[in-house]
Design a protein around this ligand. Structure first.
Ligand SMILES: Cc1ncc(COP(=O)(O)O)c(C=O)c1O
Length: 408
């Protein structure tokens, strides 16, 4: 038997069935008329944002990293709820604009921005988080061609990282950002050439559940930003402190102590350099805002036995939920949280493997999971599906088609 990950806090049993926000998941599936489906809870996202606003310092804005979930109704909702948006491509820019998001609230980070992407971003008024001197040259030249003053910030590659994070985005040689020691010269060039100086972006890693490591990284980010600002010699308009706030996916993972992070950040900002007197601050969060607010629901198509093991074969799989299969950023495969929709609070009675319908041994949703008895037709819920699900999975693989999505 292998343990399942922890069920996120937003879900309850109602008459034994999986529900959230006082409504049964089965009801949403019936309404959609099909499986597999991602169901995202508006109430859960709002609860997360409200809690963050309560614990973070008042002058720290919340940005949503669109890459976590670019589903249009989520972007439309976020447009009302968060302060800014971070995009990673021209494609995400188009999605943000289609969702009615004001481009001046958007910043664009990511290596390898093509000229067409620079053009679209500068034309719209998006802030570019420059990833290199070459990109800066192209952005300045594009601004001249378009006769638009580009809004430019620099993404810094710091000499430190977010320790223990799932994905490290700083510390040593990286394709992301400009090495810290070259930032002042680049900033002076940008300012000297008449661009609108928008500040620094220092993103050190993602998916950390270690409050101490996040506090240390934020402390380092503030120190580095202070030093760079002194060296640049111009007040810093904006500091993107990065994010990295993780969510519990696996057995033994514990939710982040956000109160501790918020209190430490308040204390640290209170002693920050004078260089920050007119600085706007933000954090950049993806999965922490939406990850636990989404559930992926798939239907059992077959129940079979092989060499004594039970296999529950579903109509879903890694083409929608790659991360749950263990093939997206994890070294050792572990089970995501998963449950039977009809028997959410029932005692487990058997050990079963839950697999997808793709003809590859990689397509596993749960290995040797202890579950109540499940039959063909029953629904299986895979949690923590609100981020990096539909948009970070190989939807076209084996021609199974996309899952439905619904924000409720
Ligand atoms: C620059 C940047 N911003 C935001 C994110 C979102 O991270 P998360 O969803 O873990 O908050 C990432 C993830 O890798 C990133 O690279």
């Amino acid at each position: 038997m292998k343990p399942l990950g922890p069920i996120p806090p937003f879900y309850q049993a109602m008459g034994g069935e999986l529900s959230f926000d006082g409504r049964r998941v089965q009801e949403f599936v019936e309404k959609a008329g099909r499986t597999p489906i991602f169901i995202y809870s508006r109430a859960a996202i709002l609860q997360r944002i409200a809690h963050l606003r309560q614990v973070l310092p008042e002058d720290v804005q919340i940005n949503y990293a669109v890459k976590a979930n670019p589903y249009r109704p989520i972007l439309e909702m976020m447009s009302e709820e968060v302060d800014g948006f971070d995009i990673a491509s021209g494609g995400e820019l188009a999605l943000a604009l289609q969702a009615g998001i004001d481009a001046r609230r958007v910043s664009f980070a990511g290596p390898g921005k093509r000229d067409a992407e620079l053009e679209a971003a500068i034309t719209a008024g998006v802030t570019l988080n420059l990833e290199s001197e070459g990109e800066a040259r192209r952005a300045l030249a594009m601004g001249q061609t378009l006769a638009i003053r580009p809004r430019l910030a620099i993404r810094v590659n710091p000499d430190f990282e977010l320790k223990g994070s799932g994905m490290k985005m700083g510390g040593g040689a990286k394709p992301f950002g400009v090495d810290a020691e070259r930032v002042p010269a680049l900033a002076r060039t940008i300012i000297g050439q008449g661009a609108e100086w928008r500040g620094l972006h220092i993103f050190t890693g993602s998916q950390s559940l270690d409050a101490g490591a996040i506090i240390e990284a934020q402390d380092n980010v503030l120190s580095l930003a202070g030093e760079l600002t002194d060296a640049i010699g111009t007040p810093l308009p904006k500091l993107n402190l990065g994010g990295g706030f993780g969510i519990p996916y696996f057995h033994g993972d514990e939710a982040l102590d956000m109160e501790r992070i918020g209190a430490a950040l308040s204390a640290r900002m209170a002693v920050s350099s004078d260089a920050f007197s007119d600085t706007e601050f933000c954090v950049e969060l993806g999965r922490y805002l939406v990850g636990e607010a989404g559930v992926y629901v798939t239907r059992i198509v077959d129940r079979k036995i092989s060499h004594g093991q039970i296999y529950l074969v579903t109509d879903g799989g890694l083409h929608h939920q790659l991360a749950a299969s263990g093939n997206f950023g994890t070294v050792v495969r572990r089970n995501y949280p998963l449950a039977l929709v009809k028997a959410f609070d029932a005692e487990p009675t058997e050990v079963a493997n839950v697999v997808g319908c793709l003809c590859t041994p990689l397509d596993r949703l749960a290995d040797k999971a202890h579950l109540p008895h499940a039959d063909v037709g029953d629904l299986v819920a895979v949690f923590c599906a609100g981020a990096y699900g539909a948009s970070a999975s190989p939807t076209a693989f084996l021609g199974q088609g996309p899952a439905a999505e619904m924000l409720v």
